[in-house]
Design a protein around this ligand. Structure first.
Ligand code: FAD
Length: 371
């Protein structure tokens, strides 16, 4: 049987059997995701034991986001010996949703979550970086320093910040969608596909995400309905593969009006561009209609384009000195894992240069103050 607990330092969920370190305090055992977290605990256990455990600390660099951009930046920051904290509400970001990634160098094909597991191990086992599983709720500049507040009551200060918050799922915004979330409505085929074994399912969205969901569900689900407001817009190879599944019905030029059901999803109501509104009985709905940039934290500190992406310079800089951004949250062209990793690396190198210049200009500004 799996026994799941939380690392008291970073709050990451870990299986006891797979913890890399363990400590016994009185008659309570604590389990850790990495030797680095165990070491921090050894130094100041009381800091991590008082629930809730607000932390207040100063770092040279704070990285917000644990997707490919944030994880790569953290690795580079660690190699550059920058005092860094990585704060992410989820390790892996969108990449864990990729069913079979065929465009990451070094692998013919790899599942997104396997690739992220390798990133995570490289970062936490070989190059430890302080990290917290938490959501940053505000970011502001005061007296020449960045201040970050988190959902768990943390308050971090830093000389530079790297925003790598990526993108969040776009919602349909129709009745029933929110109410039946996790009761048949899902935004993650990777996490939820297995729950729909043998059941009829609707997938909303005709882009790459929708087509990947079809590929994942076709062998295990009952009848599948792929619903797109226009025509299918994903890669041609994925469209051809989807059309070959005998259990798939494609409904183009069709809008979803409502998710039906009381306790669980029982169907959807759709409206085709031509014809009558109708109901389709299904036991699940996967919403795969794309993403919007999760850029709100940088409000007032950076410029945004019409899509809401943070506008960055060639070194991932923004209009606020010391504030860097990279990956899908920015106007950088090419929303891909390999691009996000490259941009994350670039941002960490740029942050290193910024911090070095700052140290030369004002040696006192660089003295770390752990409060
Ligand atoms: C279904 C799907 C399939 C894909 N397939 C491929 C593929 O095959 N190949 C490919 O190259 N790319 C693929 N992509 C795209 C790729 O995953 C993204 O381009 C890449 O993940 C972007 O990385 P990122 O680090 O910029 O952002 P994200 O991956 O979006 O990561 C953002 C991180 O920030 C965190 N975060 C957000 N807000 C906060 C906050 N306030 N506080 C703390 N943390 C926060 C999130 O939890 C997350 O950890 C796919 C995407 C999807 C959705």
């Amino acid at each position: 049987m799996r026994t799941v607990t939380h690392d008291p330092v970073c709050q990451m969920e870990i299986e006891r059997e797979q913890a890399v370190a363990q400590r016994l305090l009185g008659d309570t055992a604590f389990y850790f995701c990495s030797p680095g977290c165990a070491e921090l605990f050894d130094r100041e256990p009381e800091r991590y034991l008082a629930p809730p455990s607000p932390s207040r600390a100063h770092f040279q660099l704070a990285i917000i986001g644990g997707g490919p951009a944030g994880l790569t930046a953290a690795l580079y920051a660690s190699i550059q010996r920058i005092e860094t904290v990585l704060i992410a509400d989820r390790i892996g970001g969108q990449a864990v949703e990729s069913v079979d990634m065929q465009n990451y160098m070094g692998f013919q094909v790899i599942e997104g979550r396997d690739l992220i597991a390798r990133f995570r191990d490289q970062l936490l086992q070989s190059h430890f970086v302080e990290h917290r599983l938490d959501r940053v709720t505000s970011l502001r500049v005061e007296s020449g320093r960045f201040h970050l507040e988190t959902e768990r009551g943390g308050h971090f200060m830093s000389d530079a910040v790297f925003v790598a918050t990526g993108m969040k799922e776009r919602v349909l915004g129709v009745p029933g969608e929110e109410r039946l979330l996790h009761r048949g409505v899902s935004f993650s085929v990777v996490q939820d596909a297995e729950r729909f074994y043998g059941r009829d399912v609707a997938i909303v969205g005709g882009g790459n995400s929708g087509l990947q969901a079809v590929a994942r569900l076709a062998p295990i689900a009952g009848r599948l309905f792929l619903i797109a407001v226009g025509t299918l817009s994903g890669d041609l190879a994925d469209i051809a593969r989807a059309r070959s599944f005998p259990n798939l019905t494609i409904l183009e030029h069709t809008a979803v009006r409502e998710v039906l059901g009381t306790e669980r999803v029982e169907g959807i109501r759709v409206m085709p561009a031509v014809g009558e509104e109708r109901e389709i009985p299904v036991g699940g709905v996967f919403v795969e209609i794309g993403f919007t940039p999760d850029s709100g934290l940088a409000s007032g500190l950076a410029e945004f384009n019409k899509r809401g992406e943070i506008v960055i310079g060639s070194e991932c800089s923004t209009r606020t000195p010391g504030l860097f951004a990279a990956g899908d949250v920015t106007n950088c062209f090419g929303k891909r894992v390999v691009v996000a990793c490259g941009e994350g690396a670039k941002a960490a190198l740029a942050a290193h240069e910024y911090l070095s210049r700052r140290e030369v200009a004002s040696p006192l500004a660089a003295v770390p103050q752990n409060l």
